[in-house]
Design a protein around this ligand. Structure first.
Ligand SMILES: N[C@@H](CCC(=O)N[C@@H](CS)C(=O)NCC(=O)O)C(=O)O
Length: 199
């Protein structure tokens, strides 16, 4: 398998899951501005929407969408506990978090990275993100990780998008800050940051 990534982008979630699960996955950095792979190839030929992450799997198949790529990777190593068993209520809870992170957080951070975003758009999204983070704060008040005591792919995805809070001016509430520090301290997370030149 090969993971196409950009340092610090949402592809970091998949990279963290790769490291947590100890999977043999090659990494290839993408030049997103020019849509080029590391060897100068056309990234659109890998991923027609031109965004990361993309995971090349067997037989030339490619998976995209961070919330799906992390599940695929986690399921390659079920004993890691990174995703609960398919069909269990815990699995749906994990998917509920992944969908929430994708649609309520990840997408709403996007405005901060677009050159044509106005200050009003950024201010609006900052307020919305902080409202959503207040919800997350309540949910994890008595938990170590999103699903309880076990680190999951949803934590990897949430950590990845909340790394952007610092440079977008979005404030993390207390329980989320505590959770963020705990995730940061995980060796697999530090390894991923280091491999992406972010440590
Ligand atoms: N729907 C995709 C969105 C992925 C996405 O927004 N990727 C960003 C980096 S975090 C990207 O590659 N942006 C470059 C672009 O869209 O040209 C997902 O959920 O994975």
């Amino acid at each position: 398998m090969k993971l196409y990534y950009k340092p610090g982008a949402c592809s970091l979630a998949a990279h963290i899951v790769v490291n947590e699960a100890g999977l043999p996955v090659a990494l290839e950095q993408v030049d997103l501005a020019n849509k080029k792979t590391a060897d100068g190839g056309d990234y659109f030929a890998v991923s027609p929407n031109g965004y990361v992450p993309a995971l090349a799997i067997a037989d030339g198949d490619v998976l995209t969408e961070a919330s799906v790529v992390v599940q695929y990777l986690a399921d390659k190593q079920p004993q890691s506990g990174l995703m609960p068993a398919a069909g269990s209520i815990e699995r749906y809870k994990a998917q509920q978090w992944l969908a929430f992170i994708s649609t309520e957080l990840h997408k709403n951070f996007g405005v901060f990275f677009k050159p044509d975003s106005t200050d009003a758009m950024k201010s609006n999204n900052k307020a919305l993100l902080e409202k959503r983070l207040a919800y997350v704060d309540g949910q994890i008040a008595d938990k170590t990780y999103l699903l309880g005591d076990i680190f999951s792919a949803a934590d990897a995805y949430l950590y990845t998008v909340l790394r952007w809070a610092g440079f977008t001016g979005v404030t993390l509430p207390a329980n989320v800050s505590r959770w963020f520090a705990a995730v940061s301290a995980r060796p697999a997370v530090q390894k991923a940051l280091s491999e992406e030149g972010l440590a």
